[in-house]
Design a protein around this ligand. Structure first.
Ligand code: SF4
Ligand code: SF4
Length: 169
C-alpha cells in the first residue's frame, strides 16, 4: 500500500490499523492470495508445475490411466507465476488469504485428467484435454496428433517416401 493511501486513511479515521477480523482487511488491487485452477480450462500440461518455485503444484500419476494436477496451498508463496505461464488461462490468482485449517487434506486441491496413449505403440502421449486443445489449434491431421513423437516421425517418413516413390515413376 502506498504512503499516500496510508496517510489518507490515517487522516480520515485517526488510525492506520484495521480491527481485523472485526472489520474487513484492506486489500490492495495487487494483493495475491491462493490460486484457483479451473478444471474446465486446465489441460494438465504441467507448465505451472515446472515454474512453481516451492513445488506447491505437482503432477501425480498413480494408475497410469490418469494424472492429477495437485495444488497444496500450504506450500504456496503466492507469487502468481503459475497464472502467468498457464497457456489455457486456467489459473486465477484470488485474494483468499484466510487459509488456515486443522486438516492437511483440506489444503490440497486436485484436477484429474485422463491420459491418452499413442494409437500405434501405446506409450503415453497427452492428457485428453491437451489432445483436444492440440486438435483444435494444430494444422497437423488428427491421425498424426494421436501418435507419440517417435511413431509420428516414422509415419511421416513412410508417407514421404511413398510420395517420392510415386513421383519418380
Ligand atoms: S493448463 Fe494451466 S493449470 Fe493446467 S497444467 Fe497447464 S499450466 Fe497448469
Ligand atoms: S502462486 Fe507461485 S507458489 Fe503458488 S502455486 Fe503458483 S507458482 Fe506456485
Amino acid at each position: 500500500m502506498s504512503i499516500a493511501r496510508i496517510l489518507e486513511i490515517a487522516f480520515r479515521t485517526g488510525r492506520v490499523t484495521r480491527k481485523y477480523p472485526h472489520e474487513p482487511p484492506l486489500l490492495t488491487p495487487e494483493f495475491r492470495g491462493a490460486v484457483r485452477v479451473d478444471p474446465s480450462k486446465c489441460w494438465g500440461c504441467g507448465a505451472c508445475v515446472k515454474i512453481c518455485p516451492p513445488n506447491a503444484l505437482s503432477l501425480r500419476s498413480d494408475s497410469g490411466r490418469e494424472v492429477v494436477l495437485e495444488y497444496f496451498v500450504g506450500r504456496c508463496i503466492f507469487c502468481g507465476m503459475c497464472a502467468e505461464v498457464c497457456p489455457a488461462r486456467a489459473i486465477e490468482v484470488t485474494k483468499e488469504f484466510e487459509l488456515s485449517s486443522t486438516s492437511l487434506e483440506s489444503l490440497k486441491y486436485g484436477v484429474a485428467h485422463r491420459l491418452v496413449r499413442c494409437s500405434s505403440c501405446g506409450s503415453l502421449v497427452w492428457t485428453e484435454a491437451e489432445l483436444r486443445a492440440v486438435i483444435r489449434s494444430s494444422p497437423v491431421a488428427e491421425e498424426y496428433v494421436v501418435l507419440c513423437p517417435r511413431c509420428r516421425k516414422t509415419r511421416f517418413a513412410r508417407a514421404a517416401s511413398i510420395r517420392v516413390g510415386a513421383g519418380s515413376e
